[in-house]
Design a protein around this ligand. Structure first.
Ligand SMILES: Nc1ncnc2c1ncn2[C@@H]1O[C@H](COP(=O)(O)OP(=O)(O)OP(=O)(O)O)[C@@H](O)[C@H]1O
Ligand code: SF4
Ligand SMILES: [Mg+2]
Length: 432
């Protein structure tokens, strides 16, 4: 263990992730194979560094598809890490053998979102919890095993245990099932629980009770939690620290008190605005910025949030796909006759589907590069403040179209600002 200058041992994180990546290779479709195109990879987790201290609750928050579950699965060895390092209690566990992993699993447990799917419908609770012990060769003595099973059922609130030992999952409520799943995990005396949306499938009234139970169990059993959720409202009171994920990366991380009172990343701000307000009299904008979460195969260049970011500016990673989106948005909003006139000037934009910073905008049939240049100039003159244009470095007529060159994209990296770390160009060089 490293020693601080004052002579005290520095606290070693229980779990440490260094530049962790989990990429899933795609098989590719028939067309890809025909034209010899690389099918690509899904960058589900794309360079995450994070420490989790013993006893801490770290929340992983983000929209659907941001890579939360993949991160949780990777750090427990349930998905293969493509790059980077995972350290647990000082040991590198990135690519362990199946046998070492099996032993480690006792110390690190996963609680899934759907308690129904996590329980075998043909096993009563007593058998299901005892089965977890059997798998790991623990408590071979039947009486000791029985005592341990009863104690943990009682501890998770399934009491008196003799009432629940013989119950099958189908006879339990949603909350009781999630308690049973927790009993199955906790009977192994783990140190770390990865909780993947543990309450999102439960009724509102039950959610608070299960979260309260988790808080009590953590204190009594000295547990550490990685809490995966899309719900910032529960993360606020449940977590000691929050990491906001977007497209496989952490964009902001810090204690909830700092993140909720003074969010720095535009994505965090958007997520917080989208929390439904319990007081209907207060009008809170519920929509996230325009657009869907882009796919993780060819994420946007530069800052992956830039196509949706209300604060995006020159260095944020503008590219050909943004030009296509700008034109399509415009064409959806203007009158039909104007649309037809403009659409005829520009040729096929379907090739604008890759991350490219130099693109050729082709002229439509019977038109030339001059006409395309004039149209782009008039669109720009109508909305010169659109941040997209800040990203355009050069436009020049080239043959039968216009070549548009964008500024070099830059990836924002996490940098410390007060109590948080944020990855956004607005916050570089002491900005904000
Ligand atoms: N086994 C896999 N093979 C290929 N792609 C995958 C695989 N697992 C996940 N993905 C992709 O990785 C990305 C992240 O998925 P993940 O399930 O980790 O997101 P999530 O944040 O947990 O979403 P949700 O909130 O919907 O549970 C998605 O684009 C998903 O389609
Ligand atoms: S770097 Fe910051 S300002 Fe730029 S697009 Fe990303 S979040 Fe928005
Ligand atoms: Mg998930």
């Amino acid at each position: 263990m490293p020693t601080k200058p004052d002579g005290h041992a520095a606290t070693q994180p229980l779990l440490s992730l260094q530049d962790l990546k989990t990429h899933f290779p795609l098989r590719g479709n028939f067309l890809d194979r025909l034209i010899g195109r690389e099918p690509g990879v899904v960058k589900a987790v794309d360079g995450i560094s994070l420490d989790v201290a013993r006893g801490e609750v770290v929340g992983i928050v983000g929209e659907s598809g941001s890579g939360k579950s993949t991160l949780g699965r990777t750090l427990l060895g349930l998905a293969h890490a493509s790059e980077g390092r995972i350290t647990f209690d000082g040991h590198d566990i990135t690519n362990l053998s199946a046998e070492s992993l099996r032993r480690l699993r006792m110390r690190m447990q996963f609680v899934f979102q759907d308690p129904h799917a996590a329980l075998n419908p043909a096993m009563d609770l007593g058998t299901a919890v005892a089965d977890a012990l059997d798998i790991h060769g623990l408590e071979p003595d039947p009486d000791a095993r029985d005592r341990r099973v009863r104690a943990i059922l009682d501890r998770v609130g399934l009491s008196p245990p003799e009432r629940f030992m013989d119950n099958y999952p189908g006879e339990l409520s949603g909350g009781q099932k999630q308690r049973a799943v927790m009993a199955r995990a906790l009977v192994l005396n783990p140190e770390l629980l990865v909780l993947d949306e543990p309450v999102s499938m439960l009724d509102m009234s039950v959610r608070a009770k299960i979260l309260e139970l988790l808080i009590n169990l953590k204190a009594e059993l000295g547990l550490t939690y990685v809490y995966i959720t899309h719900d910032l409202a529960t993360a606020k009171f449940f977590c000691d620290r929050i990491a906001i994920m977007y497209l496989g990366r952490v964009v902001e991380t810090g204690p909830p008190s700092a993140i909720y009172s003074d969010p720095k990343h535009p994505y965090t701000r958007a997520l917080l605005k989208a929390i439904p307000d319990p007081d209907p009299a207060r009008s809170v904008p519920r929509d996230l910025p325009r657009g869907e979460v882009p796919d993780a195969v060819n994420p946007p260049l530069g800052c992956a949030f830039h196509p949706r970011c209300p604060a995006a500016f020159a260095p944020c990673g503008w590219e050909g796909r943004d030009l296509r989106e700008l034109l399509e948005r415009r064409w959806a909003a203007i009158p039909e006759t104007q649309y037809e006139t403009e659409r005829a000037v520009i040729g096929d934009l379907d090739t604008f589907d890759r991350p490219e910073t130099v693109v050729h905008v082709p002229a439509g049939r019977g038109r030339d590069g001059r006409a395309v240049a004039d149209l782009l100039a008039s669109i720009r003159a109508e909305a010169p403040d659109d941040p997209f244009w800040e990203g355009v470095y050069d436009m020049e007529t080239a043959g039968d179209g216009v070549r548009v060159t964008f500024r070099t994209p830059h990836d924002p990296h996490l940098r410390r600002h007060g109590r948080v770390q944020v990855a956004c160009h607005l916050w570089e060089d002491g900005g904000g």
